[in-house]
Design a protein around this ligand. Structure first.
Ligand code: HEM
Length: 130
C-alpha cells in the first residue's frame, strides 16, 4: 500500500500537470486559437476526471486514519471541498464549450477558475508530502 506522503506527492504532481494544461489552453485563447483551447481542455477534462476518480478509489483501499494524521486529514478535506465541485462543473464546461454556448461557458469559467485556484492552492501548497 502506498504511504501517505507518496499519495500526496502523486496528487501534487497530477494537479500541477493538469494545471499547466489549463493555463496552456488559456494561452491558446489569448492567441485566438479557440480550437486548440478546446483540444487541450478535452485532455485536461479526461486527465482531471481520471485523477479525481483514481484518488477517490485509492481512498477506499487505504486505511485513511492510519495513513494520514488528523491535521493532514483536515487539509485533505479542505482540498476536496474545492476539487469535488470543480470536477462536477467540468462536464458542464466541456459541454458548453463544445456546443459553443459562449456566454454560459464564460459565466461557468469564472466559477470554475475560482474553484480551480482553490484546488491548486490547497492541493499543492497546503498538503505535507514529507
Ligand atoms: C477556465 C477558463 C475558460 C475560459 C475563459 C474559456 C473560454 C472559452 C472561449 C472564449 C471559447 C470560444 C467560444 C466560441 O468562440 O464560441 C471556448 C471554447 C471551448 N472551451 Fe473553453 N474556456 C475555459 C475553460 C474550459 C474548460 C475547463 C473546458 C473543458 C473542460 C473548455 C472547453 C472548451 C471547448 C471544448 C471549446 C470549443 C472549442 C472549439 O471551438 O473547438 N473550456 N472556451
Amino acid at each position: 500500500m502506498p504511504t501517505g506522503p507518496t499519495i500526496i506527492l502523486a496528487l501534487k504532481i497530477l494537479v500541477t500537470a493538469v494545471t499547466i494544461l489549463l493555463v496552456a489552453s488559456l494561452v491558446a485563447l489569448v492567441f485566438k486559437k479557440p480550437r486548440l483551447h478546446g483540444r487541450i481542455n478535452t485532455l485536461f477534462f479526461v486527465l482531471t476526471m481520471c485523477t479525481v476518480a483514481g484518488f477517490e478509489a485509492l481512498l477506499q483501499f487505504v486505511d485513511v486514519k492510519a495513513t494520514f494524521d488528523e491535521p493532514t486529514r483536515d487539509l485533505l478535506r479542505t482540498h476536496l471541498y474545492f476539487a469535488v465541485p470543480s470536477a462536477i462543473l467540468l462536464p458542464a464546461m466541456f459541454f458548453t464549450g463544445w456546443t459553443r454556448r459562449k456566454s454560459i461557458h464564460l459565466v461557468l469559467a469564472v466559477v470554475f477558475t475560482t474553484l480551480w485556484i482553490g484546488t491548486f492552492v490547497t492541493g499543492v501548497f497546503y498538503l505535507p508530502h514529507n
